[in-house]
Design a protein around this ligand. Structure first.
Ligand SMILES: Nc1ncnc2c1ncn2[C@@H]1O[C@H](COP(=O)(O)OP(=O)(O)OP(=O)(O)O)[C@@H](O)[C@H]1O
Length: 468
């Protein structure tokens, strides 16, 4: 539905046979053949059944190019195969059967893509849609999203050439590299032929060597197995009622192109920040249960709630996006985690942002606090945790105008400044002789001693006062 396909109310399953170590049953259940033949002594009935969805489209955008619409030919349900990895050193294959037999959705596009860049943009756009609807976490490294790419070359104005299919690409980067290599390989074949005008590229299925960044032949068309398709005798026709289809349609979440527009117009975010937010793998799972849908919050919803703030005070979207993309995502990546692993509630991160904005803690302390909170999950409020860690910033205002608490903090900061001047006599002397740059070193010392709790500007002013 998100790809605007025609959902088929009746679809059926076939068996595709081949013998290979990644397929323990010797056949794969798929939806390609699409024909159901019923024979009895009285009837010979052939019903043509389709895969679960036919004909759709997905718009993609590339910087400085008009948007391009890629047609979707069909979407079929099938069984996944095992994962095989070849170790060239020991010349052995390892077969991981864990995913063999689990459900897989294959999305087949029409040949509408003209460059590696367009193919990359298409996969990224598809990934965003799949994540938005909760169909997949879209993680290519872990294999939850993989692609096969068909490449052909032709002379300008001539029909498309013979295609070669490159199987099982597990990153956008590898897919783009595979296309680049394949185009030059096919061009070389055509250009070196005695009669380039009539020459053709042999149709092949190829693999991609991740170390050499080259494609290699797996099999030619002649070696293509005879799949001996037959309707799966154990599985009936998959019937979807109009009511069910409508219920799912009504429950469709906001789709990436709408989210993109909303984030830009409502919050004024830059294109880059929008892309980062949209591409966060939030591991959201959506379950369609009759007519109701429950979804765990994704990164965009988390951002929306952070911006909404508490009560009537909204938070500045630019400040929020900075904390989310640079600090939160950055620190999660440093911990080798993703947004899925984030256990900080919107309230906790929101409070942290507010504390930094209100200068209750310094930015440096805020980052430290975030790191601590990610490493020590707790249901406590951020204020409580900051107090436990004694992270509250030293107040820097003059004692006469502030409360007792902040005046004692201000005294503590003054004390730290005094200690630094005692510890760095040479620098103090240089400063009094007119070397103003040396003040940075004394400020640095105070910042270090305060464990990031002091505001650098306030320290500078206080030191200047002290040294005059
Ligand atoms: N001349 C061409 N050049 C490049 N791509 C093409 C060309 N003709 C068809 N394609 C693309 O090739 C793909 C064929 O996919 P399809 O799954 O139907 O074939 P298949 O070889 O049976 O695949 P599989 O073995 O993975 O099931 C489609 O995505 C289609 O757009």
């Amino acid at each position: 539905m998100a790809l605007e396909c025609n959902i088929q109310t009746r679809s059926s399953f076939d068996r595709k046979h081949y013998f290979y170590s990644d397929l323990p049953a010797g056949y794969q259940i798929t939806q390609q053949y699409g024909q159901f033949v019923y024979r009895s002594s009285f009837t010979h009935l052939t019903i043509t059944l389709a895969p679960i969805a036919l004909g759709g489209k997905l718009a993609i955008t590339l910087p400085n190019f008009p948007s391009l619409e890629v047609r979707i030919k069909q979407i079929q349900l099938e069984q996944d195969t095992a994962k095989s990895t070849f170790n060239p050193r020991t010349r052995t294959s390892h077969i991981d059967l864990n995913r063999a037999g689990t459900g897989l959705m294959e999305i087949v596009s029409e040949p509408d893509l003209r460059s590696p860049e367009e193919a990359g943009a298409y996969v990224r756009a598809l990934q965003a849609v799949l994540r938005a609807v909760g169909a997949s976490d879209g993680n290519m490294e872990q294999g939850s999203l993989r692609c096969d790419v068909n490449v052909s070359v032709n002379r300008v104005g001539r029909p498309p050439g013979t295609r070669c299919e490159i199987k099982n690409l597990n990153s956008v980067r590898h897919m783009m590299a595979a296309i680049v290599h394949e185009v030059s390989r096919q061009r070389a074949i055509l250009e070196s032929a005695p009669d380039p005008d009539t020459a053709t590229v042999p149709q092949e299925t190829r693999g991609f060597d991740e170390h050499r960044f080259e494609t290699y032949k797996l099999r030619s068309k002649e070696d293509a197995p005879d799949y001996r398709y037959m309707p799966d005798p154990n599985l009936g026709v998959l019937v979807l009622t109009q009511a069910r289809i409508q219920a799912v349609r009504d429950a469709l979440p906001e789709l990436p192109w709408d989210t993109r527009k909303r984030l830009q117009s409502d919050y004024g975010l830059s294109e880059r920040d929008v892309e980062v937010l949209l591409n966060v793998d939030s591991g959201r799972e959506v379950w369609y249960d009759g007519e109701s849908r429950s979804a765990e919050a994704g990164a965009v919803a988390y951002f929306d709630r952070l911006c909404a703030g508490t009560g009537s005070t909204r938070r500045d979207p630019k400040v929020v996006v900075n904390w989310m993309t640079h600090e939160l995502l950055g620190q999660l990546t440093a911990r080798k985690e993703t947004f899925k692993d984030n256990h900080l509630s919107v309230e906790q991160l929101g409070e942290l942002i507010d504390m930094v904005q209100d200068k209750i803690i310094t930015g440096t302390s805020g980052k430290m606090l975030l790191r601590h909170m990610l490493g020590h999950p707790s249901a406590k409020s951020t204020k409580e945790i900051a107090a436990e860690l004694q992270l509250n910033a030293f107040a820097s205002s003059s004692p006469s105008t502030t409360s007792d608490d902040s005046s004692s903090q201000s005294d503590a900061l003054r004390e730290l400044c005094r200690e630094a001047t005692v510890a760095l006599p040479a620098e103090v002397e240089a400063f009094t002789k007119g070397n103003k740059n040396v003040l940075n070193k004394i400020v640095g010392r105070v910042m270090k001693d305060s464990r990031g709790r002091a505001d650098a500007q306030a320290v500078r002013v206080m030191l200047e006062e002290l040294l005059q």
